[in-house]
Ligand binder design. Structure first.
Ligand code: NAD
Ligand code: ZN
Length: 249
């Protein structure tokens, strides 16, 4: 076994306050493609053409048809994987308090984590841009594109598009957690999208041990991470949970 797994298990059982920050990579083993890298959505789409708020406002039908319809199909079927379940287990044992996620797929809550900051909002909820009425993603049928509210207004997902502000309380709370945790687990994020990308920096500067889980090295690996569990998140998390179990026995 990777010696870093043994080290991470020991660090985790000794810590008082642990937070995790996750990105698209944690949901890859659930069948949701990431944006960047191999098989990423950006290989087939230009982000500014489809994921920018101006694109949505100017051509909601195009953004629903090309980007959101595909995401809905994938996310309607996606289930949490062992990485999500591992984080839920860490919470049950009392080691992990909060998951800060850049993802919009709702899989951390589905796995059982109870304190999840959805930094970029959620794709599970949609709302009417005219009357604000809410719709769950499963209530939305794509018989007409863009989907419309009973009032006739256009419906949009409750996630943050490029060019939109991150909700202030998400930023405040995430940095407060980063500055007060002993360990920050950084899982499946390329740490490129700001300001989420600098949350691990903030933890590092405040003296936390930063443990990365990613099959690839990232811009954080040398600069911010104390060490990396290099591999797919589900596989690494299975080994980590097994190792913590042996320590606890
Ligand atoms: P990203 O697409 O920029 O990077 C994905 C990262 O995951 C890479 O570092 C890659 O090496 C890693 N990765 C790939 N396979 C992995 C695996 N099996 N286990 C662990 N790591 C793996 O993702 P990002 O940094 O999260 O930023 C993209 C933005 O796109 C986010 O803000 C997010 O809102 C959004 N997004 C969300 C979803 C989702 O909700 N599941 C999916 C795609 C994009
Ligand atoms: Zn409406």
């Amino acid at each position: 076994m990777d010696t870093n797994i043994i080290k991470a298990a020991k660090d985790i059982v000794q810590a008082k306050k642990i937070a995790a920050i996750t990105g698209a990579g944690i949901s890859v083993e659930s069948g949701i493609p990431p944006f960047r890298g191999k098989g990423g959505l950006w290989e087939s789409f230009d982000p500014m053409e489809y994921a920018h708020i101006d694109a949505f406002m100017n051509h909601p039908e195009k953004v629903w048809d090309v980007l959101l319809k595909g995401m809905k199909d994938i996310m309607d079927r996606a289930k949490p994987n062992d990485a999500h379940f591992g984080l839920a287990q860490l919470e049950k044992w009392g080691y992990l308090q909060t998951v800060i996620t850049q993802n919009v797929d709702g899989l951390h809550q589905a796995a059982g984590n109870t304190d999840v900051i959805e930094f970029h909002g959620t794709f599970a909820i949609n709302y009417c841009m005219d009357c604000q009425k809410k719709y769950t993603m499963s209530e939305i049928t794509l018989d007409q594109i863009p989907p419309k509210c009973t009032c006739g207004g256009i419906i949009r997902p409750d996630c943050v598009f490029f060019g939109e502000q991150i909700p202030h309380e998400n930023i405040m709370r995430s940095f407060e957690i980063a500055q007060t945790c002993d360990i920050m687990l950084v899982i499946g994020t390329s740490a490129i999208v700001h300001p989420a990308a600098i949350i691990p920096d903030s933890a590092h500067q405040s003296g936390a041990t930063v443990i990365e889980i990613n099959p690839e090295f990232t811009p954080l690996t040398d600069r911010v991470s104390n060490y990396i569990l290099k591999g797919p998140a589900g596989q690494m998390m299975r080994q980590l949970i097994a190792e913590i179990k042996t320590i606890r026995e």
